[in-house]
Design a protein around this ligand. Structure first.
Ligand code: FAD
Length: 198
């Protein structure tokens, strides 16, 4: 991690005001990656190592005997195993319940806005800044504002709704307003930029 002066930080992210900035931390090895490419690479590596990947195969029950996992039941049949790794993201809590295990995990709502293109943001020079307003990130030729509120609101504490895939939640502008209020003076260009989605 490099510690930067406000001027050095502004050189990396010229859209940002730094009058009230004391210093900045810069992680040169942080970056942006394509999630689908990473997943494909991991899947290929796993298959090359002999792993079988069963897509669209829902686990409906976990078989436990004498306190040990013996297999999982799926719509396609039973898969026997003596070790089970639960990596179900926000569904992990429900999966753990199938084996009587309490996984202390709850989803929280995150809210962000994607702006229209802003001059100075290019595909090759996309800024990424954390710290009030909690996230400013280049997306295409615009910015993503927000995403990690300091006061997140829990969601679906009693279970993820059936069929909730690739779905966005309804906007909560009152909750988002404090993030936007911090972002506007930090990146004045936002005052003249519309939002393309949220
Ligand atoms: C809109 C949005 C934007 C995001 N942006 C970013 C970003 O820019 N950068 C970043 O780092 N992260 C981002 N994230 C967060 C990131 O997507 C998650 O942290 C990550 O996907 C978690 O990976 P995971 O493998 O733990 O879980 P997931 O990717 O959620 O995978 C869990 C899998 O388990 C499967 N599953 C659930 N129940 C069962 C069952 N009963 N049987 C079989 N399979 C089951 C699900 O179908 C799913 O495929 C974003 C998330 C969202 C929603």
């Amino acid at each position: 991690m490099h510690l930067l002066s406000p001027k050095e930080a502004q050189a990396l992210f010229p859209l940002m005001t730094v009058d009230d900035v004391v210093g900045a931390a810069f992680l040169p090895t942080d970056g942006q990656a394509s999630p689908s490419d990473i997943v494909q690479a991991l899947a290929r590596g796993a298959r090359n190592a002999g792993v079988t990947i069963c897509e669209d195969t829902r686990v409906t029950a976990i078989r436990v005997e004498d306190g040990r996992v013996r297999g999982v039941e799926t719509a396609e049949g039973v898969i026997q195993c003596d070790k089970l790794v639960i990596a179900c993201g926000q569904w992990s809590r429900e999966m753990g319940r199938l084996a009587g295990v309490n996984i202390p995990l709850v989803s929280v709502q995150h809210h962000y806005a994607i702006t229209e293109p802003i001059e100075g943001v290019t595909q090759t020079r996309r800024p990424f800044a954390i710290g009030p307003p909690h996230l400013l990130q280049g997306r295409g030729r615009g910015l993503i504002v927000g995403g990690y509120e300091p006061n997140p609101v829990a969601w679906a504490e009693n279970g993820i709704p059936e069929g909730f895939h690739y779905t966005l939640l309804d906007p909560d502008w009152d909750h988002f307003a404090p993030v936007m209020e911090l972002a506007l003076p930090r990146v004045p260009a936002l005052q003249h930029t519309g939002s393309s989605s949220s």
